[in-house]
Write a new protein. Structure first.
Length: 243
């Protein structure tokens, strides 16, 4: 029997604690795109979630704790975005990581700047040492690339420094903002000959094609630079031969 139009609406299902926490962080992430995290209003977040400010503090005991959690979630989102396809490996996968990293920064430049420079908290939610967000994010991306290129642990610092170089090039990268979309939205082949990954939307025409080519060229340059640096780096001295 159909419900009469005058009947009261069915009550909304109660969220589990994990669902509520994800909801609150999702609201913060959406707002973080438009403003520095320290300017997020907890009253505004609570109102949008349909909960009281007191309930928000049940999940995040202080305003700083909420801001740190949002930054941590933003860092995890960047890492998910740049992760290569599961069926790729080696230099091909490393190039895709760099393509996605450059595209992420170009599409969300202000967001990225706010994440790593505008707010000096960590991307893993621990501590508040100045610069930890940028450092931990670069370390995580360095490890992703190093795993694909089977870089030995003693050269991981080289890859970390190279990520800062690639990041700076990406921040200087110029592309029409309207031509950028979510990473999974494109089916165009990249420099790897595989679909997907630069994060530039289809249907934008010549400007879009130029942006894709520019991202591909930037990624190719950065990967070649890393391989050259790794090849030129002196091997670690054998401790048994020292002295």
């Amino acid at each position: 029997m159909p419900r009469h139009a005058a009947d009261p609406p069915a009550p909304r299902a109660r969220m589990t604690p994990d669902e509520r926490r994800r909801q609150l962080l999702g609201i913060g992430l959406r707002k973080f795109v438009d403003r520095p995290v320290q300017e997020l209003s907890l009253d505004e977040v609570a109102a949008e979630a349909g909960v009281s400010r007191g309930l928000l503090f049940h999940y995040f005991p202080t305003k700083t704790a909420y801001h740190e959690a949002v930054v941590a979630a933003a860092g995890r989102r960047v890492l998910r975005t740049v992760r290569p396809d599961a069926d790729l490996a080696g230099e091909v996968a490393a190039r895709q990581i760099v393509e996605r990293f450059i595209a992420q920064i170009a599409r969300r430049r202000e967001f990225y700047l706010a994440l790593v420079f505008g707010w000096l908290g960590p991307s893993d939610g621990a501590g508040s040492e100045p610069g930890v967000t940028a450092k931990s994010l670069r370390e995580s991306i360095a490890r992703l690339v190093a795993e694909q290129l089977t870089v030995p642990d003693e050269q991981l610092g080289v890859v970390h420094a190279w990520v800062a170089y690639a990041e700076d090039r990406a921040l200087q990268f110029a592309a029409p903002p309207a031509d950028w979309e979510a990473p999974a939205s494109t089916s165009r082949p990249t420099a790897t000959g595989r679909p997907g990954g630069t994060g530039i939307r289809e249907g934008a025409g010549i400007r879009e094609d130029a942006a894709i080519r520019a991202v591909t060229a930037e990624a190719e340059h950065c990967v070649r630079a890393l391989l050259a640096i790794l090849a030129a780096a002196p091997p670690k001295a054998d401790s048994a031969q020292v002295g």
